[in-house]
Write a protein that binds this ligand. Structure first.
Ligand code: COA
Length: 183
């Protein structure tokens, strides 16, 4: 190679990568083929194949939801549960963060909730999940309730739950978020 030749990385305009990701990412309804994978992701992220919210046990792999894919790769999932006119986001999981996966999945679930006539979306996260707290608040959710030491009770059902979570923060409290869906 000519020693004077130096490859230069192309300079792309701001937002270009996001544009391409938006058009290349597909969001489809969770199918039976995805259920085992959802179960595995739940075990990885929530220390068991079930989650507990407001004392209720959910099996995310049995719930309706959406999967985000890039080519043949699954890059995210969301599961939800509609009761009456209220929709709970039971789990949301982006395998590659800060690339728009979570936003696309949440938008899809919100759209389903609106079509089903829901007046509210709600979800629970823990005190260590700072990225999720930022994510939900920037998308119109507000803190509805904080259960200090709420994880102590949940650990009775899930002894395998890690004691240390994101950013090395002790996993201790439950934070409930809600978003009113105005017509
Ligand atoms: C919470 C969670 C789902 C968010 O998903 P995500 O895919 O990272 O979210 P997004 O990429 O859509 O949005 C996050 C930020 O990245 C930004 N972003 C999106 N695409 C981007 C891109 N191509 N380049 C740079 N930034 C980008 C968004 O603007 C957003 O910033 P903002 O919140 O300031 O608006 C994800 O952090 C996660 O899976 N966390 C672990 C599981 C968890 O905590 N779940 C919640 C409890 S159930």
């Amino acid at each position: 190679m000519d020693s004077a030749f130096k490859p230069v990385a192309p300079v792309l305009p701001a937002g270009f990568d996001r544009f391409f990701r938006d058009i290349s990412m597909r969001v489809t309804e969770l199918s039976d083929d995805d259920r085992l994978w959802v179960k595995e992701r739940t075990e990885l992220l929530f220390g068991g194949d079930f989650v507990v919210s407001r004392s209720e046990v959910h099996d995310p792999h049995k719930l309706p939801g959406f999967i985000a894919t890039e080519g043949r790769e699954r890059v995210g999932l969301i599961t939800y549960c509609i009761v009456g006119d209220v929709c709970e986001i039971v789990t949301i999981d982006a395998l590659c963060q800060f690339m728009g996966v979570g936003t696309r999945l949440l938008e899809q679930a919100e759209s389903v909730a609106r079509q089903a006539g829901c007046a509210k979306l709600w979800t629970i996260t823990t005190n260590d999940r700072l990225d999720a707290q930022r994510f939900f608040q920037k998308r119109g959710f507000v803190i509805r309730d904080v259960r200090l030491n709420g994880m102590t009770k949940i650990r009775l059902l899930k002894p395998s739950l890690p004691r240390t979570g994101d950013y090395g923060i002790p996993v201790r409290d439950e934070i409930e978020f809600e978003k009113l869906l105005l017509p």
